[in-house]
Write a protein that binds this ligand. Structure first.
Ligand code: FAD
Length: 816
């Protein structure tokens, strides 16, 4: 029970005293923030933390998360030496492959672990047996071992972090429940607790599975669902003198093991998952007294896991059971954390740790504390940023379906181009039915259905001999190459209606955007500008085009998945830079958007409009209101594929008429409807950047080859001071690598070697069908970027030779 008095004010209030909240508080104190209060409605660790299995693995599918978990291990080692140790045991971990595909995954992971300097090594079956003598090797194809992985006692870890936070000046008050979060002008002002009110500037919601409930206090949707999660603990049976076992994961059989005293902990991810309290029609309703509690055992749902465990470790069928744990844990719709500032100024979240919160806690605490102090993330945290979630997650049904699918597929191998099966058909283009009737294969992005390619007739007419080797080939279609060539040789028609469209208006809209953007975007009505928005360090926060549509009105067009992220950044800057009169609105669904690109694009479009489309009358990066079939629409001369063409922004209701008119006009000129997979190939070949692909907050425009989009005339914009300091002193550069065999397609994160030394990792990759080569992009140290340099890229354990291409653009096109 807390005996401290509730302070009446604090700069920062952290809600939640689990491993997440205490780590955030620990790091705030470590970085010098003393005016911090941590509140928990019950005791520390009484949420999910106390019943955690405590495994700590470092290598994850995402480079940022891997770096965060590596930091966790460093921290837990340090804490072990402190006066409040966390019971960290560096026992190592084994992952085994019970299938050939898994072994391929392991080989791939060993490759990219090299880019972090992680000690992951392949081991033979004999070595597996030596390290984990209880194993039955039947069906084991191979495995890998990481000596620096380990396990920790979650409650002791939380205690150690809390002690460190207290030493740094943080006040911790337990049995203090937050009842309301108060705001003014969409900014945090205070929290109301059952013991009184605390005035504050910043609230960090570290509520774990309760985070969605806490978010609802301030009308912020946090798509986290508590899911029941089970494991068992055997009686002690290991010999006293036996060597401590490494943890063991057998993902093909959905199971993991770790040693607990002289017994084993065994758990896994059930195929028949179960939410704790959420349903398809209601948000979670966790009982107000659900602390330090568990759920009833659900042995029937655990049976498959128990059977698999007894096959892999036969002693599991013989030893007695000491404990069976069924505890709820907050899961997100994509199994990634939910971090960062929400749409309410000063209201942050650090929750939804998806059963890897103990492994992640050190890193989470560090990056969130840095984020709060700097006001922006210090690493590329896009995959964990709360703003990655589209508004579709406001629906309990949509969220539950996605969380369920991802929970059940937690241990599955994920292949490039794989699409989600649940919660589909949420947002559709106005001409969705036409696509469906005409053989489209859809993919999903941010809850939008988008055409990947057309099965019929494009796949049937395509060339299957170009199918990439290995995993990339699995969901590949020959239609993509056909659509690529159609665009390069005649014209492709693309439905990009899902593009996020943001209207920025008001008397100071231009001034505001010129503060946000690195380029000058106030060039006159009907002028379009390509620009980046930067953070204070000069890292790229957003990458979009802006068209000035009136004196004080601008249209921003950005990627489908980036609506809340990019709009959120604009709103934050508006709040913090006193641009209250500027209006920012989402108009995505009001407008269909079609791209027509290719050498015949002008001829085709000219057939359906009286507007003069000649280069003299309608130059590149110009935008005009034109008419097609008496429908007024905005045409912007721009390209994302490296071909002559336009993007058309059409009132949604008129989309189909315009689409059909263009198709009809182009039928004798080789027009083809094409999908997003072709865009990806075309833009990679042309060297156009994609945010969250080659560029992000950790990269600056100079190293990304985007210096041309920085205005040299503007005296000020966010990030300018840092860019000025960086200019001319680049240590790395985004570089194109070419593989002679078009079928050698990388997936991302592969290590790149020069003279057997790792010099970088692959950022993005694909096939260039015009070039007839496979392409990869990577940031390489500038001294290694000379054209023609030969490098080796390790794919699934095999080194493939690639050559550095002389320029960013692999093909020289764009007709006038
Ligand atoms: C069965 C199981 C096994 C697991 N195994 C592992 C593992 O092996 N490795 C691993 O890395 N992770 C594992 N995890 C996951 C890990 O335990 C969690 O990710 C982590 O403990 C979550 O910590 P947290 O701080 O986010 O949430 P919690 O520990 O739930 O803390 C949230 C706190 O917020 C408080 N709170 C809520 N509402 C309010 C309010 N209104 N006012 C004040 N306080 C409030 C609660 O009382 C609670 O103490 C496992 C989880 C489970 C369930």
């Amino acid at each position: 029970m807390s005996t401290q008095e509730l302070p009446t004010r604090a700069k920062i209030v952290v809600i939640g005293g689990g491993v997440g909240g205490t780590s955030v508080a620990y790091h705030l104190a470590k970085f010098g923030e003393k005016d911090v209060v941590l509140l928990d409605r019950s005791d520390l660790t009484s949420g999910s933390t106390f019943h955690s299995a405590g495994l700590v693995g470092q290598l994850r599918a995402d480079p940022t998360l891997t770096k965060m978990n590596m930091y966790s291990v460093e921290l837990y080692r340090e804490l072990e030496k402190s006066e409040t140790p966390a019971s960290w045991r560096e026992c190592g971990s084994i992952k085994i492959a019970s299938s050939k595909e898994r072994m391929a995954e392991i080989k791939r992971q060993i490759g990219w672990a090299k880019t972090f300097g992680l000690d992951l090594v392949e081991i033979s079956n004999d070595e597996i047996k030596e390290l984990f003598p209880l194993i039955n090797l039947e069906g084991v194809v191979g495995g890998c071992y990481m000596a620096s992985d380990g396990q920790v006692d979650p409650s002791q870890l939380t205690g150690a972090l809390a002690a460190g936070a207290r030493r740094g000046g943080v006040k911790i008050l337990t049995h203090t429940r937050v009842l309301a979060i108060n705001t003014k002008n969409n900014r945090i002002t205070s929290v109301t607790t059952d013991k009184g009110e605390i005035q504050c500037e910043i609230v960090i919601n570290c509520g774990g599975m309760f985070a969605a409930e806490i978010g609802r206090l301030v009308d912020v949707r946090i798509p986290i669902i508590p899911m029941s999660h089970q494991y068992l603990i055997t009686e002690n049976f290991l010999a006293d003198q036996a060597k401590f076992l490494p943890s063991l994961r057998d993902p093909d059989n959905l199971i993991y093991f770790r040693q607990e005293v002289k017994g084993l902990v065994m758990g896994g991810y059930e195929r028949n998952s179960k939410p704790f309290t959420a349903t398809a029609s209601t948000f979670d309703q966790i009982p107000a007294d659900f602390n330090s509690k568990l759920l009833p055992d659900e042995w029937d749902r655990f049976e498959e896991i128990a059977e698999n465990a007894a096959k892999r470790v036969p002693v599991m069928g013989e030893v007695g059971l000491k404990n069976f744990i069924n505890g709820p844990e907050g899961f997100t719709p994509d199994n990634e954390f939910c971090l960062g500032e929400t749409s309410v100024g000063g209201f942050y979240v650090a929750a939804g740790f998806c059963a890897h919160g103990i492994a992640g806690a050190g890193g989470i605490g560090k990056v969130v504390a840095e984020w709060v102090i700097a006001g922006e993330p210090t690493m590329d945290l896009w995959h964990m940023d709360i703003k990655r979630f589209s508004d579709a997650y406001k629906s309990p049904k949509f969220t539950l379906e996605r969380v369920t699918e991802n929970y059940e597929a937690y241990y599955d191998i994920h292949y490039p181009g794989e699409e989600r099966q649940s919660a589909r058909e949420e947002n559709k283009s106005p001409i969705y039915n036409w696509h469906k009737e005409n053989g489209a294969v859809f993919g999903e992005k941010a809850a939008w259905e988008r055409v990947n390619y057309y099965l019929n007739p494009n796949e049937k007419q395509g060339d299957d001999s170009l199918r990439p080797n290995g995993w990339v080939g699995k969901y590949w279609s020959p239609a993509v190459a056909l659509e690529h060539h159609a665009t390069r040789n005649s014209a492709g028609l693309f439905d990009e209606s899902s593009f996020a469209k943001i209207k920025v208006s008001g008397a100071r809209a231009g001034e505001f955007l010129n503060l946000i953007c690195a380029n000058n975007v106030v060039k006159g009505i009907d002028k379009t500008t390509y620009t980046q928005a930067l953070n204070k360090k000069g890292g790229i926060v957003s990458d979009y085009t802006i068209t000035q549509v009136a004196e004080s009105e601008f249209l921003i067009v950005t990627g489908t998945a980036f609506l809340n992220h990019d709009k959120g950044w604009l709103e934050k800057q508006m709040r913090e830079n006193n641009f209250d009169q500027v209006e920012i609105s989402d108009i995505t669904k009001e407008l269909a958007c079609f791209g027509i690109w290719g050498p015949n694009a002008r001829k085709i479009l000219q057939k359906v409009t009286d507007f003069d489309l000649s280069n003299q009358a309608f130059g590149f990066m110009n935008s005009k209101m034109i008419k097609i079939k008496d429908i007024s629409l905005r045409a912007t001369r721009i390209t994302y594929v490296g071909e002559l063409g336009w993007e058309l922004y059409i009132p949604a209701k008129d989309g189909l008429s315009v689409w059909l008119a263009i198709l009809d006009a182009g039928k004798d000129l080789g027009i083809r409807p094409c999908g997003y997979r072709a865009i990806e190939s075309l833009r990679l070949e042309k060297g156009y950047r994609a945010w969250a692909g080659e560029i992000n907050t950790e990269t600056n425009p100079y190293e990304a080859g985007l210096g041309f989009a920085i205005s040299s005339k503007k005296e000020n914009f966010i990030g300018k001071a840092s860019l000025d300091a960086i200019k001319g002193k680049l240590s790395s550069k985004l570089t194109a690598l070419i593989f002679s065999d078009i079928k050698d397609v990388a997936m991302g994160n592969e290590p790149i070697f020069i003279n057997s030394k790792v010099v970088g990792r692959v950022k993005s990759a694909g096939q260039g069908y015009t070039l007839n080569k496979a392409i990869a992009y990577a940031y390489l140290p500038t001294e290694h970027t000379s054209p023609g340099t030969s490098v080796e890229v390790e794919m699934f354990g095999v080194k493939k030779v690639a050559t550095i291409w002389p320029s960013h653009s692999l093909i020289q096109r764009v007709g006038r």
